[in-house]
Every structure is written in structure tokens, then in C-alpha cells.
Design a binder for this molecule. Structure first.
Ligand code: MIG
Length: 829
């Protein structure tokens, strides 16, 4: 008996230390109802549950007598129309029902459960635990089923499926951190997106924790059957977002937190960067190399050495004596210039950003109210080093002030801004960031760094974006940020910092970018080549080939590494690199189209298979191949010395992009590969929108639009185009057309819909390349017979006289003048 008691005691002591301190919500009385909101409260907690439309439920839990201010840095929209909800309030439970969801709130002890309209459980609080708090921290434990796959969380290392290998699970922290040379197990890194997607048997829902404090997510790691999440402060304020498809979850999540604005088209071209190109002569040399070697590129980047003493908004007087002249000359060669601007002005009386920031009371303060100073780049200046101060981006007036500081850069013609170090990073301090008790304005409610840290980077990029928007009205800003938070997609593209020139980093770049896309922050790319260290020629080649499909395609490398330009690895590699970048430019109309879709729906350009094939078991875990949009399946070669590449093709018909060869999907296919190989498959029924190779996006006007059609029984697509730089598309100045095709016994008919929108590109030809086997007897366009002696492809010559068609190696190539009415093109055997 005593032994039994001792054992029991030991078990309690051993099992509970971690959870002993957590205080659960306890028992709730029936709630008060105010419109669509149910409020539960007792002496320990206040919980509200409400519906945003029929498919999103919001739960707010505060371990106090009332809730705090209802303010969000992430959520931009709460109006999802009438939820049509019915409320049943009983003694033991309350139930909210909509056409999509049933939310059951058990009162004793208080537990939340979500089910579909038919009552099938989707998600539920763990029965023994539910929601709890300790010392201002809040947390919930939920049930995690063995067949649940979990994705998202923004830029996180590890596998695409956060259940990990054999349900091992991952635990993640959200705390933006400067993590130079991170590896596959480093966590956290630079950005925080507390959103995840759960998919079971093809059915999806998502959860977004709207809390900016340091937060934690445990996906079956501590306990295989539990998913827990919580934060070190604030409320447990979360949204349950129903699908049922993964795409619908993402559409709703990005309706809540916003979507990427359409970027300028040049930002989808190739970017060349290093830490750092200087002086100006070297920048000109790089530009000339691209043009002379005929390697397309749009953007050259200036890293910190262009500045005077690492001071934001300055130019080094010897290295860049005439930035305006340099930028103008580069512009005449078709290059845009992006400059780095870090959010840490130097403390230096007489330096305008310091003086005006101090005068305007725009800097973060210490707990005692004095201006906070810390060491960042200016403290490493060669001449007169000194500490930095930090703009308080949680103050609207400080954001406006910061945005206006870009005026001289905009006047010089700087095209875009790169905000680095905005976690914020601090040198020579154990925490690597500002002290937790540093004071912030907090959008009108004074707070400290614990609450603002995770949004500091996002708000930096917001201030930058809004400044550029004001200073160059009508022109789409381009901002790149390292740190961000959920919703940061509204202001900047994101790159996940300092990866390493290792094969492993190439491999893990794919699941990371896919996870970011699933989390709303899909305008992203890794440093091609790898930042730390330097790649072998083979590794650089493979990284560039994969990078062709990164939404943001930029080569970058650290200070002091060997040259890392596309021509730095010998002539065989240079040829391959040219072809890879040319492929990006060939595909730009397609890329622009899928980026437009992302800006409208939130569905990422770069997609894991699970988004398009949620019912395919292989799609749940595949992370070394991906889709661009819904139609191109890309399987880059990711390992050293590869001689073959296995690719899984989901069910349906597929075509080899390079040869046009057809393959039935639902199986694995093997390709022999050389250094030149970049396996790409096209979905049957697809339309692939391309253009001839150009050296930069400024050369696109007047070139033919080339549409390759891969016939299926019937299919449909659409193409969006506009001027690529202004906001006029918001007033209807765009060109959108539907493309349909149907395949009969001996004919294929392609129907091009009438143009909508008022944008019209410069006069150009339309080239339709229709995948076709065998003879062709006749091709018509708009009811008229076309000549069989024309149809030059955009890769060959292109005189006007070439209108007509010809057969070329598995394709019928039809060339006509592009037109804006609806018309059909028929190909007959
Ligand atoms: O302390 O600006 O991640 O891309 O080249 C390093 C210099 C600061 C870190 C960025 C990197 C950039 C580098 N920066």
C-alpha cells in the first residue's frame, strides 16, 4: 500500500511539473450573447467565440476578467458577410452552427470543438487540458490525429509536413532572429507566421494564432497525439479557418491577413547581388558583363558598402561619388537598382535621420524613457564608429517619417529597397535584439518589446512600402524584407536570410519556400548559390536551375567570398546558367499570370503537390518537386553528381516540357540527367504562356506572345497582362483573356476569349504551339484558312510574312497577328 502510494506520488510529481502550474479555464456558466458573439466568463478567464462568415470562427481567451483592446497587426478584414449562424445556449453546452461549421462549447470544464456541418469532428481541445494560463502565458492543447498532416508556419526549417518523419513532429518558436548560417534544425529564424494548415484525407482546415508575443507550436513532438500552441503574453486569440480544400483555407487566411500587391514586372526578372558590389566601377562592370555575355538580368543590388560609415540614407563619397549618374547609366542598359537600407540610423548629431527622428520622438526608448542605443553596423564603421538608435515602427508618425526619408533615393532613381537586420538584430548582446522592456508606442497603447519584437520587421517594410508609394505615386513599390510577421505579404517580398552554400540548403530551400507560400508569404526566394561559403560550380548550377522557379530569383553571397556571377564558374556552366535564366524570361508571362493569381486569391505561385492533388497520398509529403501554378511540375536536380532523377506524376496526362513527349501520370518516372537537365512536366490540358528571350523586362513590348497548348478532352485557362509597373490595373487598365481548348477525333479547337479590361499591349503576334502528332491538313483562325508556309516560332526569325502555320517536331506552330476579339483557331488532321 505504501509502495503504491509512493509510486502514485512519484508519478504525480514526475508527470506534472511542467503542467502543474498551468491553470485551466475551469467551468463556465452559460454565455451571454451579443449579436454574433458569445462571451463566457468566470473568476479566472474570459472567452469569446464568434463567427466571421460561415467558415471562420474566432476564439479569444484572456486569463483575466475582461479582454484587452481588440487590435491586430495582422488581420485586415473581419467582415466575411452574414454567417447565418444559429446559437443554441444550454446548461451544459452551447452550440454555434453555420452552413459549414458546428462549434461546440462544452461548459464544464470549458472545451472548444469544431466539426463540419454534418458533425464530423475537425478539431477539438484535448479533453484533459483545453486552454490554460500561467504567469501571463496562454496555451491550448488540441487533439492531433495520426493521419493529420500539418503545414505552414512561414519560413521554418524541417520537412514540408510538420508531423516530421514517422510522426516525430516539430516544435517551433516564433521569435524573429538573426540566424547567420542556420541549418536544417535551427529554430526560430527570421520571420514569424503563426498560421498552420491541417490536412486529413484531403480535407483541410487552418488555425491562425493572432498573437505577436513569443509563441510556441508543438506539432506532436512532445506528445504524438497532441498539437499545442500558445504565447508568452497577450491573449490566446485564434481563428479556426475551414476549407474543405487546402486552397480555400489559404484564400480565407489571406482574406483575413491580406495578400501580396502585384509587384512591378521587373521584380520577377533575374536579380544579381553580393555583399557588396563596390565601387561604382565594379557595378558597371557587372552590368556590362550581363549585356555582353547575353545573360538576361533586370536588377543589380547594392549592399551596405555603398553607404557612408554604414549610415542608412547616405552614399559613400569615394565609392559612389555620383549615384544619380550611375543609376541613370544602368537604367539606359535596362537595369534597376535596389539598395539596402537597414532600420538602425546612427546616433550622430548632424546626421539628418538622427536629428529629425529625435526631434519627432520617433525612436524606441529604454524602460527609463531615454532613447535606446545599441550596436549595429554603424558601430563597425571604419571612421568614427558609434551606436545606433531604432525607429519605433509601431508608431504611425514614425512610419511616415521613415517613409519620407527615402525621398532622395527615389529622386536618384533607386527602384526598390531592401530592409535587412529588422528582427531587429543587435550586435554584441546576448539576446541579439532589443531588451524586452524597451518601450514602444504600440499603435496608441504603450507597450514593450515583448509585444512588438515579432512585428518590428513587418512594420519596417510597411513604413518603407508606404513611403515609396507616396514618393512615387502610381508606381508599384518593391521592398524586400528579412523579418516579417503574418500579413507582411502586403508590403514586401521575403528572403529567409543567410543560408549556406551546401547541397542540404538547396534541398531544404524547397520545403521552406513551399511552406511560406502556404502561409501567405509566397513572394520569396533563397539566396541562390548560398550566402555563407561558396558553392562548387555544380552546386551553383543546380541552385540557379531551382531558382528559376523561386518567385523571387536572386543570386547573393557573403562578404569576401569568391565571385558568384553566372559567368564565374567556367564556360560550360556559363552556358547552362544563361539557358536557365533565359528559361525564366521565356516563362515570364506565365510567372506574371500566377503571381497575379496569388495577389488576388492568396494561392501561392509555387505550390506543393498537396494544393492541387489533396487526395493523392504522395502529395502529402513530396517536397523535392513542386508546381508553378497548377500546370507546370518542376523536379529540379538537387543532389551532387546525379545521373538520374525520379519524379512522381499525379494521375492524369503529362508532357515533357522539353520534348513534348506524353506520359500517363499516377506513377513515378525516371529521367537520365546531365548538368544541363532541369526536368519539367506540363499537365495535360495546360496552356503555357511564354515569350521570346529578352535581356530584361524593358524589352518585352512588341514581342510575340507564345501560347503552348497541351490538348486534353477539354480545358480552360486565362492570361492576365498589364503595363507591369503602374496601379492603373485597379481602374480596369489590364488585359485578361480566357483560353479554352477541346480535342476531338481529328481536330483541336482553341478558343481565345474576347479581351476584358482596357490595356492593349503594343502590336504583336500571337504564336500558338499546339501539341500534335501526325499530319495536319488545315489550320483556320477566325474562320479563315491559314497558309501552311508560315508560323515561325519565336525562337527563329519572325517577319510579319511568317503568318500561317507549319508542323515542327510534335507541335503545330500557328502564327497570327494578336487580336482582341473572341476567335477560334482550328487544327485539323
Ligand atoms: O550582418 O548587409 O542577411 O543578406 O548581405 C550581416 C550585409 C548583414 C545580413 C543579410 C545579408 C547581407 C548582410 N547582412
Amino acid at each position: 500500500m505504501i509502495r503504491f502510494l509512493l509510486a502514485a506520488l512519484a508519478t504525480t510529481v514526475l508527470v506534472s511539473p511542467a503542467s502543474a502550474a498551468w491553470q485551466g479555464v475551469g467551468t463556465m456558466s452559460p454565455p451571454a450573447r451579443d449579436g454574433e458573439i458569445l462571451t463566457f466568463s468566470n473568476d479566472r478567464a474570459t472567452v469569446t467565440v464568434s463567427m466571421l462568415g460561415a467558415s471562420i470562427a474566432r476564439v479569444r481567451y484572456a486569463p483575466s476578467r475582461e479582454l484587452g483592446r481588440d487590435h491586430s497587426y495582422a488581420v485586415v478584414q473581419r467582415d466575411f458577410g452574414d454567417s447565418g449562424a444559429t446559437f443554441e445556449i444550454g446548461e451544459e453546452r452551447s452550440v454555434i452552427k453555420t452552413a459549414a461549421l458546428t462549434v461546440t462549447l462544452r461548459h464544464d470544464p470549458f472545451r472548444v470543438a469544431f466539426a463540419d456541418a454534418g458533425g464530423t469532428s475537425l478539431d477539438e481541445d484535448d479533453a484533459p487540458r483545453g486552454m490554460a494560463s500561467v504567469d501571463g502565458s496562454v496555451k491550448v492543447w488540441k487533439r492531433l490525429r495520426d493521419d493529420a498532416h500539418v503545414y505552414g508556419f512561414g519560413s521554418k526549417t524541417g520537412k514540408l509536413d510538420k508531423r516530421g518523419w514517422k510522426l516525430g513532429g516539430y516544435a517551433y518558436t516564433m521569435w524573429n532572429s538573426d540566424t547567420y548560417a542556420y541549418d536544417a534544425s535551427t529554430d526560430p529564424i527570421y520571420a514569424s507566421v503563426p498560421f498552420f494548415l491541417v490536412v486529413r484525407d484531403g480535407r483541410a482546415h487552418g488555425i491562425f494564432l493572432d498573437n505577436t508575443y513569443r509563441s510556441h507550436f508543438d506539432v506532436g513532438r512532445e506528445h504524438q497525439g497532441l498539437l499545442s500552441f500558445g504565447a508568452a503574453g497577450g491573449e490566446l486569440d485564434y481563428y479556426f479557418i475551414d476549407g474543405p480544400s487546402p486552397k480555400e483555407v489559404i484564400e480565407r487566411y489571406t482574406a483575413l491577413t491580406g495578400r501580396m500587391p502585384l509587384p512591378p514586372r521587373w521584380a520577377l526578372g533575374y536579380h544579381q547581388c553580393r555583399y557588396s558590389y563596390f565601387p561604382d566601377e565594379r557595378v558597371r562592370f557587372i552590368a556590362d558583363n550581363f549585356r555582353q555575355r547575353r545573360i538576361p538580368a533586370d536588377v543589380l543590388w547594392l549592399d551596405i558598402h555603398y553607404q557612408d560609415g554604414y549610415k542608412p540614407f547616405t552614399w559613400h563619397p569615394e565609392r559612389f561619388p555620383d549615384p544619380g549618374g550611375l543609376i541613370a547609366d544602368l537604367a539606359s542598359e535596362g537595369f534597376q537598382v535596389v539598395t539596402i537600407v537597414d532600420p538602425h540610423p546612427k546616433k550622430e548629431p548632424g546626421y539628418a535621420p538622427y536629428d529629425s527622428g529625435l526631434a519627432g520622438d520617433h525612436f524606441v526608448q529604454r524602460a527609463d524613457g531615454s532613447v535606446l542605443e545599441a550596436q549595429v553596423w554603424p558601430s563597425k564603421a571604419e571612421v568614427d564608429p558609434g551606436p545606433s538608435v531604432f525607429p519605433d515602427f509601431s508608431k504611425p508618425a514614425a512610419r511616415a517619417w521613415w517613409g519620407d526619408l527615402y525621398r532622395s533615393f527615389v529622386e536618384l532613381g533607386v527602384a526598390g529597397i531592401w530592409n535587412d537586420m529588422n528582427e531587429p538584430a543587435v550586435f554584441d548582446s546576448p539576446a541579439g535584439t532589443l531588451p524586452l522592456d524597451a518601450r514602444h508606442y504600440g499603435e496608441g497603447r504603450a507597450t514593450d518589446h515583448r509585444e512588438i519584437h515579432n512585428v518590428y520587421g513587418m512594420l519596417t517594410s510597411r513604413a518603407t512600402y508606404e513611403g515609396l508609394e507616396r514618393l512615387r505615386p502610381g508606381s508599384r513599390p518593391f521592398v524586400l524584407t528579412r523579418a516579417t510577421f503574418a500579413g507582411g505579404q502586403r508590403w514586401a517580398a521575403i528572403w529567409p536570410g543567410d543560408n549556406v552554400s551546401r547541397w542540404r540548403d538547396l534541398q531544404t530551400s524547397i520545403p521552406m519556400l513551399l511552406g511560406m507560400g502556404l502561409s501567405g508569404v509566397g513572394f520569396a526566394g533563397m539566396d541562390i548559390g548560398g550566402f555563407a561559403g561558396s558553392p562548387s560550380p555544380e552546386l551553383y548550377t543546380r541552385r540557379l536551375q531551382a531558382g528559376v522557379f523561386y518567385p523571387f530569383m536572386r543570386t547573393h553571397t557573403a562578404f569576401g567570398t569568391p565571385d558568384q556571377e553566372p559567368w564565374s564558374f567556367g564556360t560550360r556552366h556559363e552556358t547552362i546558367h544563361r539557358r536557365a535564366i533565359e528559361l525564366r524570361y521565356r516563362l515570364l508571362p506565365h510567372f506574371y499570370n500566377v503571381m497575379r493569381e496569388m495577389s488576388r486569391t492568396g494561392i501561392p505561385a509555387l505550390r506543393p503537390l498537396l494544393l492541387e492533388y489533396p487526395d493523392d497520398a504522395n502529395a502529402t509529403w513530396l517536397e523535392d518537386q513542386f508546381l508553378l501554378g497548377s500546370d507546370l511540375l518542376v523536379a529540379p536536380v538537387l543532389s551532387e553528381g546525379a545521373t538520374e532523377r525520379w519524379t512522381y506524376l499525379p494521375g492524369g496526362e503529362w508532357y515533357d516540357y522539353w520534348t513534348g513527349e506524353a506520359t500517363e501520370g499516377g506513377k513515378w518516372v525516371k529521367q537520365d540527367v546531365t548538368l544541363e537537365s532541369l526536368p519539367i512536366y506540363v499537365r495535360g490540358g495546360a496552356f503555357v504562356f511564354q515569350q521570346p528571350v529578352v535581356q530584361h523586362t524593358g524589352e518585352m513590348a512588341g514581342n510575340p506572345l507564345e501560347v503552348t497548348v497541351y490538348p486534353a478532352t477539354r480545358s480552360e485557362s486565362s492570361l492576365y497582362e498589364d503595363d507591369g509597373e503602374s496601379f492603373d490595373y485597379r481602374d480596369g487598365v489590364f488585359l485578361e483573356r480566357s483560353f479554352r481548348q477541346r480535342r476531338g477525333e481529328d481536330r483541336v479547337v482553341v478558343e481565345v476569349g474576347a479581351a476584358t479590361g482596357s490595356y492593349r499591349p503594343a502590336p504583336r503576334d500571337l504564336i500558338l504551339r499546339v501539341r500534335w502528332d501526325g499530319e495536319v491538313s488545315r489550320v483556320t483562325a477566325g474562320g479563315e484558312d491559314l497558309s501552311p508556309d508560315g508560323g515561325e516560332d519565336s525562337r527563329d526569325g519572325k517577319p510579319e510574312s511568317a503568318h500561317g502555320w507549319h508542323v515542327d517536331d510534335g507541335f503545330v506552330v500557328v502564327r497570327i497577328a494578336d487580336r482582341w476579339d473572341a476567335f477560334e483557331v482550328g487544327v485539323e488532321r
